[in-house]
Design a protein around this ligand. Sequence first.
Ligand code: NDP
Length: 502
Amino acid sequence: MSDLPYPTRQNYWNGRPQPSSSTAFQTIDPSTAKPLADVHTASHADIDAAIASAASAFPSWSTTPPTQRARILLAAVALLRARNDELARVETHDTGKPFSETSTVDVVTGTDVLEYFAHLVAGGGLNGETTQLRPDAWVYTRKEALGVCVGIGAWNYPLQIALWKAAPCLAAGNCMVYKPSEVTPLHGMLLAQVFSEAGLPDGVFNIVNGGGEVGAYLTAHPSVAKVSFTGQVATGQKVAASAAGGMKYVTMELGGKSPLLVLEDCEVENAVDGAMMANFFSTGQVCTNGTRVFVPEGMKERFEKKLLEKMEYIRAGDVMDHNTNFGPLVGKVHYEKVMGYIKHGVEADKAKLLYGGPEKPVFPDGTAEALKQGFWVRPTIFTDCTDDMRIVREEIFGPVMTILTYKTVEEAIERANDTSLGLAAGIFTRDLNLAHTVVAQLQAGITWINSWGESPAEMSVGGWKQSGVGVENGRRGIEAWVRNKSTLVDMSGSVASVFSKL
Ligand code: NDP
């Protein structure tokens, strides 16, 4: 019996936790670097068993009427909402994100998507189309479930990402084997248990834990019909290549280096709030972060003054304290990566440090000792940046804002698009005609006008260019989990044939 704060996490298939025949690893609390729980790694035999469990559940689940599937998913919604704070606490300990954030965003936005897709399929969202060809012939289409689908998640929104994948997958009648990131695996078994408690048949949702090798085995597995992946571009390339070997369907939600355009006529305070949300929420560990902030030359001073005033509202500290709104980075490896970029910005890029830097953040009295070993960095702002700097070109995935000035809007658009990534983009202006004109020219799949970061269930989101393939959420989100079958019906009694007697 371990004396860690959380019980051991096992893999989960056939509707129950399954002890692994393989090894275990530990997950840590990033705010203190202390271990939280042992987690069983899935062996190849375990993964095969989880996939077999999903495959045996598929015939019955895929033919369960959508309204009945929806009823079960809505029961899970009620359980998740009732356990919001308990699940948020788990997410806070596993990711280091403050409880003030996980209790109001992570569980809420994941659950909203489950509710959305349950209602969508109950309301006819899986209906096909009928096309009358002639009086005695027509075509109808059906949206059919794919089969066993794999979900592979990143560590920044563990429960939310799992739900964003499971919700449309299950609602459409598929079964899922989900692999959480090994950095933040605590939620996986809990979510599977919630689904079982809600009445989901055994095998419809399964969890396998482990690192990249578990993911690689899943993506190459011959019984898998689709892979939905969230993570880095480089990993996404490997996953897509592996899935292509079996002609599997894929959805790829990858990284970004998104531009935020501040226009001369905007409400400066609103734009500053947007830029702060786009860089420091979740300690900058958000895929859609607007890390390249383009500001008109003439506004730079005003913008930075207001920004510096507001930076004082960022509060690092005990992650369970309701007043804390800034947590540590997720772990040691990521800490070293982000810190490497901050140092590179100062030493090699020679960008001007406006705020923060490589030193540890200052904590309120009484918390400093416990947090000393944690993976904390200071929110950091570089200004007078140029497009060729590494901190401007590469995804850092930490709380590092870069400010770039521009002369004309046309120039800002061109520079904003000068990247191989295309996840998100946004603009702050009071001129709505101009806003729409500019948004139409930005090369990104997710865009905001006078806002940043909100991603409701109704909004389809997905990256352009190297940032991804396909979308999640919204009405279009369900299409990624079904395949089309077209049927032509002819009632004329005579097949149009070329093989007639001369
Ligand atoms: P990674 O690409 O490192 O990992 C993502 C997942 O892939 C993890 O579960 C990982 O396992 C697994 N994995 C690693 N190697 C393989 C492989 N060869 N085959 C299959 N699976 C594999 O991403 P991070 O976890 O570091 O997440 C951060 C990234 O995710 C950022 O780039 C961010 O922008 C992006 N992201 C994109 C989002 C979007 O919607 N576009 C949303 C959130 C994040 P393990 O970690 O256990 O080793």
